[in-house]
Design a protein around this ligand. Structure first.
Ligand code: URA
Length: 234
């Protein structure tokens, strides 16, 4: 990869800035000054420094966001704020939400620019596990739970896949899904004559929402979390 491309991909500098930094002798590759920003490097093995600071190469970005109410899971919307607007502008480029949450659903959301992995995580073949805490307007009976777990007919005559439901109280439970149909949990609860009053995603692909993140806050995934995500998508 060209050095200037490497510096733009790592969001260190624009192409123009990269050429200028190189000409000023501020860039080293494996300890040697490189004055030509078109020089090819191997990002995985070469060590690049700009003004003596190492530039860490990460091919993709993976972000955990605690989604608040009122934001849509999209990269662009004419009427509503999008989840991307919760991130600083300079890191937004190329990122998109990995799967959708409804406007009033809160909690765990992964944002990435890794289209291949997102596609694999959400494909019906591998669909990663997602856990949601819901509260509902009427008490949940044991027979409601059995129905939800074994499958409920929703929009279009679709029978939902078997899933797990762990009751938390008379009117709340944690449900684990491996698919993601439109308004699925709301529709499933509707299917047993109930109604969702609160919905929060508490984990995605085995990665729990970080309790240190308040609504609207985000952080980069750790290397261990990225490995978990990649394993879930493999
Ligand atoms: N099910 C829903 O009804 N809404 C969501 O946002 C996610 C799952």
């Amino acid at each position: 990869m060209r050095l200037d491309k490497f510096l733009t991909e790592t969001k260190t500098a624009s192409r123009k800035e990269a050429s200028s930094l190189a000409r000023q002798g501020k860039i080293t590759v494996n300890g040697c000054v490189v004055k030509d920003a078109s020089r090819h490097i191997i990002p995985e093995t070469d060590s690049v420094c700009v003004s003596d600071r190492p530039v860490i190469y990460k091919k993709h970005e993976y972000i955990m966001l605690n989604k608040p109410e009122g934001y849509v899971s999209a990269t662009d919307d004419r009427n509503m704020p999008t989840v991307l607007e919760l991130l600083p502008e300079k890191i937004r480029t190329g990122l998109f939400p990995c799967g959708r949450l409804d406007r009033y659903t809160v909690g765990m959301m992964i944002l990435t620019d890794d289209g291949d992995l997102a596609h694999r995580l959400l494909s019906p073949k591998r669909h990663a596990e997602k856990e949601y805490l819901f509260k509902c307007e009427r008490p949940l009976s044991d027979s409601d739970i059995i129905k939800l777990e074994s499958g409920v007919y929703i929009e279009g005559g679709y029978l939902t896949k078997p899933c797990k439901v762990r009751k938390q109280s008379e009117q709340s439970a944690v449900i684990t899904l491996t698919e993601g149909k439109y308004h699925q949990i709301k529709q499933m609860l509707g299917g047993v004559g109930n109604r969702v009053s609160y919905l929060e995603r508490i984990s995605f692909a085995g990665i729990p929402l970080d309790p240190a993140l308040s609504r609207g806050e985000w952080r980069y995934l750790t290397d261990d979390e990225i490995d978990i995500l990649k394993k879930a998508g493999s």
